[in-house]
Structure formats: C-alpha cells, structure tokens
Design a protein. Structure first.
Length: 222
C-alpha cells in the first residue's frame, strides 16, 4: 500500500493558495496531492480543444516540522506524488511541456499543517507531435501520410493477420489529423462504425483487424 493510499479516507480539501488549517499531527501526503492538482488546474493553458498545457515544475513549501517528517519518506513519496499528478493530468487531458518535477522545501513562515504550492513551466516553447500507440508503445507520425498495415511496404507494420497489407493511413497537416481507410478487406472503425475518412482528435481510438490504435497529439519541448 502506497503512502497516499494509507490516507484515502482522510477528507480531501480544496486548497486555494495557502492551506491554512493546522492539524495536530501536521500535513499528510494526500493534502499535498490535492494542492498540486489544484495548482495544475489553475495554471492550465488552453491552446485548443484537445491541447492543454500545464506547468511541469511544482515547488511545495511546508512548515519545517512537516518538511522534516515528510522528507523521511524519501523518494517513494515524491514518486507517488508524481504518479498522482500525472494521472490527474491524463484524466483532464493536460500535457506537460517538460519532465514533471515536484520538490518539497521548508519555509519558516509556515506553521504546522500549512502549505503553499507554486509552479512554473520551464519551457513553454513546445511543438505538438502526433503519435499512434499500439499496446502502450507509441510511434511518432512524422509524415503528411503514414500508412498502417501488415506488409513491410506500410510505414507502420503491425503483426496482425486481420489487417490488410496497407489497411489505413493517418493524415496530418501540422495541426489537424484524419484517418482514411485504404480499401481494406475488414474495414477501419472509429467508435464501432466503419469509416472511409474521418477527422480525428487526440484520444481517438481507431480499430482495424484485431488491433486498437490510440491517436494522440503530445507536447514536446523544442
């Protein structure tokens, strides 16, 4: 059981700026996770309907007593906070322009049970890169037309006998994407319906043969 799991039954607070309530035993990790999530939500930059950028660096200031107690938990605590922040970002459709960082520091101005979270995006100069993921493995789409099929002639070859040699292609113009069936035997589906050509957005699942392909547009720093 992880550090955060131990406190799942603790009442989770909505934190705005300084978390000012004092606990007899100080802060628990679940309160830090809640504060980071709220900071992330507050600083989200909506670039388009499916492209929302959030800060990647979070500085958590704690009272000296809380900092000492939580620092004793070491890297596993930071790893779990990062996992929770990443999961929250995934569910909200947020993306980081750089690697996620969380740091705990002591602040003499804070009393036991208080915290404040600040954040920054170290690199907002990002490019948006389309990827097609199969069974958790992501393949970057770098061309205007990327063909998918079971044959070596396809740009992305997949070992699925249910696929045609060149089954479908992903079209990308630098901003928008579409999927086009290439006259496949078994057809290409989105949301269970066969398509000839369809505009797609980040998070779209394309089904072909026995394989599901997850299309996403991800942020990457230049």
């Amino acid at each position: 059981m992880g550090f955060i799991d131990k406190f799942e039954k603790t009442l989770e607070k909505k934190v705005t700026g300084l978390f000012s309530k004092t606990f007899k035993s100080g802060l628990e990790p679940v309160e830090i996770a809640s504060a980071i999530k709220q900071e992330m939500d507050a600083k989200a930059s909506i670039l388009s309907r499916d492209r929302i950028l959030v800060p990647n660096s979070y500085l958590v200031s704690l009272s000296p007593q809380d900092h000492q107690k939580l620092s004793n938990l070491g890297e596993p605590l930071l790893d779990e906070l990062k996992d929770l922040a990443s999961e929250h970002a995934r569910r909200q459709g947020f993306q980081f322009g750089e690697v996620l960082e969380i740091k705990l520091v002591a602040s003499p101005s804070l009393a036991l049970g208080q915290l404040e979270v600040s954040s920054e995006a170290k690199k907002l100069d990002v490019v948006w890169v389309p990827v097609l993921s199969i069974n958790g493995v992501s393949h970057e789409i770098s061309k205007a037309r990327t063909t998918v099929g079971r044959d070596q002639a396809a740009d992305l070859q997949i070992g699925d006998n249910g696929l045609s040699r060149k089954h479908f292609e992903i079209l990308w113009d630098g901003q928008r994407a579409a999927v086009r069936d290439l006259g496949s035997t078994n057809g290409t589906k989105v949301l269970g319906k066969k398509i000839d050509q369809l505009t797609i957005s980040s998070g779209t699942v394309v089904s072909a043969g026995r394989t599901d392909f997850l299309f996403n547009v991800i942020a990457r720093s230049k």
